[in-house]
Design a protein around this ligand. Structure first.
Ligand code: FMN
Length: 227
């Protein structure tokens, strides 16, 4: 499977969230060898969408000539897109959001009703794509915290999506927390293996992965002791 990882953390390889993503990919690779390319989005020149809609009219092109041209081609050439990002203000970091906005050329202005909502009609064929969101965050609560980001992801990618969220993720970069992060990464590897074999992850396993690694109050006390 061709996998494109869009790493939205400005910390690039040092990202807390990328520990989760790498474990997931290890699990996928255990099931069968995968072809993986990671883009550190912060390194790319991606201008902000100006909202002119030229790209969505009559198979038009984006007015910007920047790295997004190659990225769009690479997206279409992939089987699985992994959006790996830390939660920033309950959403995705700005550089990754700029990339998401710039996927507009894949759709046309025309809209159609699907169930209770409207979607744009595609201009490119991306029906083969699967989407995975992997999101870490700094607060200990998994309830409420991820809701805006997961809602956005589900609306943007209504079909073929899977979502992994993990609270307390700065612990992945703390060697002294290995006693709790290692077992969590083992579960993530298990999820990766399952996903490669079946295209999905058990709800119970996802819930376990998304739960706090240590009690919320204990995590908050450790953070507060260090400030
Ligand atoms: C600008 C900014 C906004 C943030 N907003 C949130 C937030 O809304 N909720 C949260 O739990 N953590 C928030 N955090 C904390 C990060 O999600 C957390 O540090 C995460 O582990 C960073 O992951 P990374 O190393 O993959 O970039 C924020 C951090 C920054 C820098």
């Amino acid at each position: 499977m061709k996998i494109l990882v869009l790493n939205g953390s400005p910390k690039k390889d040092k990202s807390d969230t990328m520990h989760i993503t790498r474990a997931f990919l290890d699990g996928m690779n255990e099931a069968e060898p995968q072809e993986v390319h990671t883009i550190h989005v912060i390194d790319k020149h991606i201008a902000y969408c100006t909202g002119c809609f030229s790209c969505m009219r009559n198979g038009g092109e984006c007015i910007h000539d920047d790295d997004m041209r190659d990225i769009l081609n690479e997206i279409l050439d992939s089987d699985l897109l992994i959006w790996s990002f830390p939660l920033y203000c309950y959403g995705m970091p700005t550089p990754l959001k700029a990339l998401l906005d710039r996927t507009l050329p894949l759709s046309s202005m025309a809209m159609r009703k699907v169930g209770e909502r409207y979607e744009h009609v595609e201009q490119a064929d991306f029906s083969h794509l699967q989407y995975l969101m992997i999101c870490g965050c700094g607060f200990p609560n998994s309830k409420h915290n991820f809701e805006p980001a997961t809602a956005q992801f589900k609306l943007c990618f209504p079909g073929n999506h899977t979502i992994i969220t993990v609270p307390e993720s700065p612990m992945f970069n703390a060697p002294e927390a290995a006693i709790v992060t290692e077992p969590r990464l083992t579960l993530v590897r298990q999820a990766g293996k399952q996903y490669a074999k079946t295209g999905g992850i058990d709800a119970a396993l996802l819930a376990e992965i998304g739960s706090p690694m240590i009690p919320e109050e204990q995590y908050a006390a450790i953070v507060n002791a260090g400030v």
